[in-house]
Structure formats: structure tokens, C-alpha cells
Design a protein around this ligand. Structure first.
Ligand code: FAD
Length: 371
């Protein structure tokens, strides 16, 4: 039987960052991925890194803020190690205000940002403006009461980040693609071909599949999948343009000038990987937001299923009374902005390292069980 310090199940963004920090700690690690790299929700197109609003502050918002402010230095580290660019840029976000009373909400959030969006790596702000800084981004008709603008939001290219992480991991951990973790036993994972791996610790970061996998050990921990559909438009726009976010629709210009459009949010669905008319509706809404993309051709359509843990908070930490079993999943719509911090904090827990970032109490499985 092959023996490892750590077995990571799932090669999505959470599993890959976890492997990255496990390798840094010198753990003998194997990552087991059923399909190819980022075959699940992480293989998408958008890459928006948008903060929660700076009001009604809580542990989850603080965790995300710390993750968002830490990410640029990690991206720099990753890019210099691998020579691969991940398409990160802090472009900010513009959110059109559709009702007059939203102006008051933004005023409150401006004050909240002054209090909560302050860090050693930068002070960030949100404010109300009559219009965006670039013409037609968004269209005047789309912002009847102006816009809320922030300078904390950023974006990256999800697939480029995934490839850079895989590049950084090459040679430093054991990666098994096309290998299904079929059965999870005490400190053992049985693979699809019947072979067995022994791990002192096992981390389940298998996205949506995590909930079923953990059920025998924690029957009350639950989660579900929420399907999303997205597209890329063949534009040649300025990559410095901010993200537009309006009523659930995102427009994100990437480094190559293309515009990613998203996304649907479907709790009921049959084919999780197929796109349909619901994506066409999102694209039409996006086109109405800016004439700059009005006639741009659709060059890719994509669908995936986001893992959402019950209670909407990510699920991170040790399973109670199972000192060998850990979980990190359920980032739902914000995983790309927090996965690196989920990974660092769960690795801290695995290695009993009190200096590692803390896992907010609401994220921890023990809290979910008692809830
Ligand atoms: C349309 C859409 C748009 C999105 N936009 C954004 C965005 O702009 N910003 C953002 O931050 N987030 C966004 N998200 C959410 C984000 O993509 C997900 O939250 C994130 O990818 C989840 O990562 P994960 O690693 O937890 O899970 P996954 O990426 O699903 O990875 C789990 C992996 O585990 C593997 N696996 C499953 N079972 C097994 C098994 N038994 N054995 C071995 N391997 C197994 C799967 O094959 C998969 O590769 C979006 C999602 C969608 C669908």
C-alpha cells in the first residue's frame, strides 16, 4: 500500500491551492482527481474576485477581505515560479444603481469601506458616482441612479491560474488524474481500480461530490450544487475596464480583450454541463448593459455546478472526532477569491500550526453539526 502524509481528493481550485501549500510544508502529498485538472466548477470562464459589501460585517466578510488583499502577492509568487501569467488585475467594479434608494445604501457602504476595507497592503473604497469612468461602460440608460464603484474587486483567468498551479506542483507532489477516489475509509482511500492509498491525513476538496463522500462520517453535513452558465464574447476591449455587475449579470474584460459574461444561478437542473436558452438570456441582458459588446460574437459557452454548503458559508476544517479527515469546499460563487486562504487555513489545521490563518467558526464542520 502506498503511504502519504496527505491525500487530497479533487483537483479543482481548492484542491490545487491545498496541494500548493502542502508541498510548501514539505508534506508527502498525493492529489487524486477523477477526471482532468479542474474538470468541475473550476474550469470556467469568469474569474471575478468581488468582495462582499462592506456593511453588516462578519467573519466571512473579513476572511474574504483578507484573502482578496493577500492574493496579489501569491499571484506574483506563482507567476515568478512558473513563468505563467494568470491574468490577474485589480480593475475594480461598477454596479449600476437601478433604484433611487440604492444611493443611500452606497453611502452606508462608503462608510463601511472606510472602516472595514483597510489593510497593510492597501486601503480600499466604495463610492457613488453619476456614471462610470469609461464611455458606454455601462450605457447611460443602464444606470438611472448612477453607479456604485469600488477599487477592491479584481479578476483573473480561471484556466490560466489552474495551469499555473499545476505547473508549480509538477515534481513536488504526486498527481493522479483520471483516478477516482471510490471509497473513503479510516486513513485510506480506495481508488477506482481497487488499489488503496494510505494517508495520515485526508482532505476532501471534491467540490459538489464532497458532501456525499463525507456523509458516512458526518450525516448532518449537507450541501447542494447550483448550476451556472457563462460565455465569452470575442471583443477587443481595454483590459483595464472594471467589472460591470448588474442584477446578477457580470461583464469581465480579460487581458486578451475578450469579455466573459455570466452567469445563471440554477438550483433545479438536469444537465449540469450543458448550456441552453438561459445563457442566451444572460447574454442579452449583458448586451443591454453596454453597446461595446452589442454585436460581439459568442466564442465560447460553458456550464458547471458550483458547490454550495448548507448555510452558504464555505465548509473548512476537521471532521469532529475524525482526526485524520478534513474538508475544504463550498466556496459557491467566490471560491477563486478565497480558495488560497481556505487552503492555508485547512493546512494549518492539518499540521496543528497555530500560526496559520484561523478558520472562521461558522465555516467549521463542528459548527455545522451543532447547527
Ligand atoms: C458559471 C460559473 C461562474 C462562476 N464564476 C465565478 C467567479 O467569477 N468567481 C469565483 O470566485 N467563483 C466563480 N464560480 C464558482 C467557482 O467556480 C467554484 O466555487 C469553484 O470552482 C469550486 O471549486 P472546488 O475546487 O471547490 O470544486 P470543483 O472545481 O468542482 O473541483 C472538484 C474536483 O473534484 C473532482 N472529484 C469529484 N469527485 C471525485 C472523486 N470521487 N475522486 C476524485 N476526484 C473527484 C472533480 O472532478 C473536480 O475536478 C463560478 C461557477 C460557475 C459554475
Amino acid at each position: 500500500m502506498e503511504r502519504f502524509d496527505l491525500i487530497i481528493i479533487g483537483g479543482g481550485i481548492v484542491g490545487l491551492w491545498s496541494a500548493y501549500f502542502a508541498a510548501k510544508r514539505g508534506l508527502k502529498t498525493v492529489l487524486v482527481e477523477e477526471h482532468g485538472i479542474a474538470a468541475g466548477a473550476s474550469g470556467g470562464l469568469l474569474g471575478a474576485l468581488m468582495p462582499h459589501t462592506p456593511d453588516r460585517w462578519n467573519a466571512k466578510k473579513q476572511f474574504q477581505f483578507e484573502a482578496l488583499t493577500q492574493l496579489p502577492s501569491l499571484v506574483e509568487e506563482l507567476e515568478s515560479r512558473t513563468g505563467q501569467q494568470v491574468g490577474y488585475r485589480r480593475v475594480g467594479r461598477i454596479a449600476p444603481l437601478l433604484k433611487e434608494h440604492h444611493i443611500k445604501d452606497v453611502t452606508e457602504r462608503t462608510a463601511g469601506a472606510q472602516e472595514f476595507w483597510q489593510s497593510a497592503t492597501g486601503n480600499f473604497a466604495m463610492k457613488h458616482m453619476e456614471a462610470g469612468l469609461a464611455e458606454n461602460w455601462p450605457a447611460a440608460a443602464a444606470m438611472p441612479f448612477g453607479v456604485a464603484v469600488d477599487n477592491l474587486s479584481a479578476r483573473l483567468a480561471p484556466r490560466k491560474l489552474i495551469m499555473a498551479l499545476a505547473g508549480a506542483l509538477h515534481g513536488s507532489i504526486d498527481m493522479r488524474f483520471g483516478t477516482r477516489a471510490a471509497f473513503l475509509g479510516e486513513q485510506q482511500v480506495t481508488l477506482g481500480d481497487g488499489s488503496v492509498l494510505h494517508g495520515d491525513k485526508i482532505l476532501v476538496s471534491a467540490g459538489l461530490a464532497s458532501f456525499d463522500m463525507l456523509r458516512p462520517y458526518a450525516p448532518t453535513i449537507a450541501g447542494r450544487g447550483v448550476k451556472g452558465q457563462a460565455a465569452v464574447l470575442g471583443t477587443n476591449l481595454d483590459p483595464n475596464l472594471p467589472i460591470i455587475y448588474s442584477d446578477g449579470v457580470y461583464l469581465i474584460v480579460h487581458d486578451d480583450g475578450t469579455t466573459a459574461i455570466g452567469s445563471t444561478s440554477e438550483k433545479e437542473f438536469s444537465a449540469g454541463r450543458e448550456t441552453d436558452h438561459l445563457l442566451d438570456e444572460v447574454i442579452e441582458k449583458a448586451r443591454a448593459l453596454s453597446p461595446l459588446i452589442k454585436d460581439a460574437p459568442v466564442i465560447e459557452r460553458w456550464a458547471g455546478v458550483r458547490p454550495q454548503a448548507q448555510g452558504r458559508d464555505p465548509l473548512v476544517g476537521a471532521l469532529p472526532e475524525k482526526e485524520w479527515l478534513y474538508v475544504a469546499t463550498g466556496g459557491f460563487k467566490i471560491s477563486f477569491g478565497i480558495a488560497h486562504l481556505m487552503a492555508q487555513s485547512v493546512l494549518g489545521c492539518i499540521c496543528a500550526d497555530a500560526t496559520a490563518p484561523e478558520i472562521p467558526e461558522p465555516f467549521q464542520p463542528i459548527h455545522r453539526l451543532s447547527a
